[in-house]
Design a binder for this molecule. Structure first.
Ligand SMILES: *Cc1c(COP(=O)(O)O)cnc(C)c1O
Length: 395
């Protein structure tokens, strides 16, 4: 008897199971929008879950787009390995919860991102983690704070929004003596400054900023030693789930390809704008780590690969009203809390990014009501200056 072919599958089945072509040799990495990955056999599934097989399982903690971004983050930081996270804050949360336990002590710079302060104050403290803040970049204060055993040291340099510069080499030596993991948030100078080369153990990135560079997505990552990340941070990410969307990973990974060119261009414009702003009426003190007037310029240039960064902060005449008048008179620069975008942006930190920081702490940090933060984008310098002139004229 002639062997019959199996009966055709029903339409609804064919619509689901029609074979897709095998992976092509994409020049731009393919977007792996899949929640899970298939196993060739039950034994392969078991091997993967046992960790004996490096293959993918589930996109909460492993996906080819995550891996592409992680490889670029590690390359960017001269690091051994990297993990990707849903956001820069998820990277910081993974470090906090991966490193600390009840009774642990954290020494954190008070000059960090507003949400980092919230995470530590409101949540980490709930789990009996002791947190001490360093209010300045002065090494004496860090020496005193790190004279006791400490689990985690975290800082940001240059800091947001007052552009304090912290000496990574000296603080890493103190952190080591205190037995701490030293984590550096590198959002403000993601190219040119490599904290691992100055003794840091972990580097934090928010891909939301310069890595994407066009303000499209939220993402983050941590760079550090392979074993450390695998043993301490990956289990938190796998269990807690602050994972990066493959699409956002894909955007950030592509963004990194042009980061060196873009960041150098951002910095060159910011340097010129800062110098120009110093001569304008209405702008009292101008803060930029590339300015001759910056008290830590020499250290900044050493640590930051000669780049001053692209954030320019300054104090205006007229207090909060003056700052708001300046912002409301802008016609090109975007009034938004984000930075690191091709579009120049302007922010009033005291009433936005740092509004949840208690007023007394804000005062100690120098985030006064007359402070304005600019993120210099990639528009022509003349157009940026013209917009700033409009703002200054309104003071
Ligand atoms: C934006 C930012 C973060 C948080 O990153 P998200 O991607 O917004 O979560 C952390 N640190 C610094 C310095 C930042 O600027």
């Amino acid at each position: 008897m002639k062997k019959s072919s199996p009966p055709p599958r029903a339409l609804e089945t064919r619509l689901i199971r029609a074979p897709a072509p095998p992976p092509a040799a994409d020049h731009s990495q393919a977007l792996h929008l899949t929640s899970s990955f298939a196993f060739a056999s039950a034994a392969e599934a078991a091997a993967r879950f046992a960790g004996d097989d490096g293959g993918y399982i589930y996109s909460r903690f492993s996906n080819p787009n995550h891996d592409a971004l992680a490889a670029r983050l590690a390359a960017l930081e001269n690091g051994e390995s990297a993990l990707t996270t849903a956001s820069g804050m998820a990277a910081i949360a993974a470090i906090a919860f991966g490193v600390c336990r009840a009774g642990s002590r954290v020494v954190c710079s008070a000059h960090v991102f507003g949400a980092t302060l919230q995470l530590f104050e409101r949540f980490l403290r709930k789990f009996d983690v002791e947190i001490d803040f360093a209010y300045s970049a002065k090494i004496g204060e860090w020496k005193k704070l790190l004279s006791r055993p400490t689990a985690l040291v975290l800082l940001e340099t240059p800091s947001n929004p007052t552009l304090e510069v912290f000496d990574l080499r000296k603080i890493s030596a103190l952190a080591k003596k205190a037995g701490a993991i030293f984590a550096v948030d590198n959002c403000f100078c993601p190219f040119g400054q490599n904290p691992l080369d100055h003794g840091a153990d972990l580097v934090i990135h928010s891909a939301t900023k310069y890595l994407d560079g066009q303000g499209r997505t939220i993402g983050g990552g941590v760079v550090g030693g392979r074993d450390f990340l695998r043993e301490n941070l990956l289990p938190f990410l796998r269990s807690a789930g602050p994972s990066l969307s493959p699409f956002n990973a894909w955007v950030a990974a592509a963004g990194i390809e042009t980061l060196p060119l873009r960041f150098r261009a951002h910095c060159a414009r910011a340097q010129n704008i800062a110098r120009w702003l110093e001569k304008q009426k209405g702008a009292r003190r101008v803060l930029h780590t590339g300015l001759a007037s910056h008290p830590s310029r020499e250290l900044a240039m050493q640590q930051q690969g000669g780049l001053g960064g692209a954030i320019v902060s300054f104090f205006v005449d007229g207090g909060k009203e003056g700052a708001w008048r300046f912002l409301d008179a802008l016609r090109m620069m975007t009034r938004t809390a984000n930075f690191g975008d091709a579009k120049s942006t302007a922010t009033h930190p005291a009433t936005t990014t740092h509004s949840r920081v208690p007023a007394e702490m804000r005062a100690r940090l120098g985030i006064s009501d007359d402070l304005v933060r600019l993120s210099i984008g990639l528009e022509a310098e003349a157009d940026i200056r013209a917009d700033l002139r409009r703002g200054l004229a309104a003071l």
